[in-house]
Design a protein around this ligand. Structure first.
Ligand code: ACM
Length: 458
């Protein structure tokens, strides 16, 4: 018996499938942890065994794929499959720049579960919006969840969206049922203008600003010396920790200009009191304080790789290496766990998938093959450091994507392709074989009513 060596549709057509024996799906399914990863479909039931929960989830993904291919039926067959090479297999969606309603998110989460993703990193706050409630901070919904789109200098359109606590719980439950753990993200200390629009006292100037309606990096950032800010962050993190069952909360950390900190009296005072030589060290101080709140709430903090631009932060913080792989090298050399998501390495799916003029997207090219080429094993590192690499994730930033449907076109097929890279690893992956499955991927997506960009693959 051949072990299935791909994530998209087990290639069992020529192996064990008797096409004359199709059974109507769903049928009863038994699952158990065991020494072997195996799916056995017989006429009256499906039996799945897996070496762990990840394997059981992927097995269900395989079966759902088959039911899509065979249009409501599954073939009688039995096959074994590999365990995942990496334990962190994530996807990130920015639901701030454009609000993505819950139903649209669920469609993407469900599709991701077909190919073995196990973490959903949910970007919930940024300059352009704050998208979840914190008890006693009503202005988050009133002010921070709305941005005004100006035309001829008049406010003539509002973009807004806010998830209720019930929405967050429902997404968490839906993801969990599919073997996916949600990681909520609060951006700190930068990318915070939407928050500061409602609560200027959390910022350095105290000035009233609007929720940002442009894309980029902005100077209004959180004020480390604001006592009110810390009360708020305690409340916000506590709220997230009470909703999401997973082990991680993401604390942002990226792209935080320090210009306001340089001259701010309160910031200078903290630096003096703590012997911090510069504002980069002040950001390290900030990261330590936020990650401490996360820890006290029973979770582990993850930060974008800027968190290691300052020398000393808690080793327990997981570092997401997005500015290439430099962050991963530094973080692993300091003993941090690392997740790879290099913007130039097939992980930023908001990049154009091809050079065709009609493509949606942003900034630069990231062809599907780049998501397969990424070497997640980081061969260059020595053994101890390599063990700190937990896996990788794809990221979808939403500046130029207006709906879940548009997101789908950017995510698929590249997310399917990265998933296989993550599951199989360097030794087993095979681009030639992957390309052969293009039509099958199209069929699965079509039957699932998920948009998949057929475009160019390399
Ligand atoms: C990022 O792309 N600013 C993490």
């Amino acid at each position: 018996m051949k072990t299935i060596d791909c994530l998209l549709t087990p290639r069992i057509e020529s192996e064990n499938v008797k096409y004359d024996t199709l059974v109507s799906y769903p049928i009863s399914c038994e699952k158990a942890i065991a020494d072997e990863n195996r799916v056995t479909i017989s006429t009256d039931k499906i039996v799945i065994t897996g070496k762990g929960e990840d394997e059981l989830s992927l097995a269900e993904g395989y079966i759902k794929q088959l039911s899509l291919i065979f249009d409501g039926f599954v073939p009688v067959c039995s096959f074994t499959f590999y365990s995942p090479q990496y334990k962190y297999r994530g996807f990130h969606l920015d639901c701030v720049r454009h609000f993505i309603p819950r139903e649209e998110l669920l469609r993407i989460i469900d599709t991701m579960s077909l190919v073995g993703y196990n973490y959903f990193h949910w970007h919930l706050t940024d300059d352009q919006g704050w998208r979840f409630p914190v008890p006693n901070y009503d202005k988050l919904e009133e002010i921070s969840s709305k941005r005004y789109i100006y035309d001829n200098d008049s406010r003539n359109h509002i973009h807004q969206g806010f998830y209720s606590r019930e929405d967050l719980e429902a997404v968490n439950k839906y993801a969990e049922e599919r073997g996916i753990t949600v990681i909520p993200e609060i951006e700190t200390p930068g990318h915070a203008e939407a928050l500061l629009a409602a609560y200027p006292e959390f910022g350095c100037t105290g000035n009233k600003i609007d929720v940002q309606n442009n894309w980029g990096v902005f100077e209004n950032v959180m004020n480390p010396s604001s006592p009110e800010l810390w009360v708020f962050l305690e409340a916000a993190i506590k709220e997230l920790a009470s909703i999401f069952h997973g082990p991680f909360i993401h604390i942002g950390g990226d792209e935080c200009p320090h210009v306001q900190w340089e001259t701010h009296e309160g910031c200078r005072r903290i630096m003096e009191e703590n012997g911090l030589k510069n504002t980069s060290e002040l950001q390290g101080w900030f990261t330590t304080k936020v990650s401490g709140i996360v820890k006290r709430n029973g979770k582990r903090a993850i930060g974008w790789d800027e968190v290691v631009d300052s020398p000393e932060i808690d080793k327990d913080v997981v570092v997401m290496s997005w500015r290439g792989l430099g962050g991963a090298r530094i973080a692993s050399s300091r003993g941090h766990n690392v997740v790879l998501c290099p913007e130039n390495g097939g992980c930023y799916l908001d990049r154009f998938p091809s050079t065709e003029p009609w493509e949606l997207g942003n900034l630069s090219l990231s062809v599907p093959k780049a998501s397969y080429d990424l070497d997640i094993s980081m061969k260059e590192l020595d053994e101890e450091k390599r063990k700190l690499v937990l896996g990788a994730q794809c990221c979808l930033w939403g500046e130029r994507l207006h709906s879940g449907r548009e997101m789908e076109m950017m995510v698929f097929p590249r997310a399917y392709i990265l998933a296989e890279n993550l599951w199989l690893g360097e030794e087993r992956k095979d681009w030639g074989e992957m390309k052969d499955r293009k039509d099958v991927l199209g069929l699965i997506s079509w039957r699932k009513d998920i948009l998949c960009n057929p475009g160019k693959w390399e």
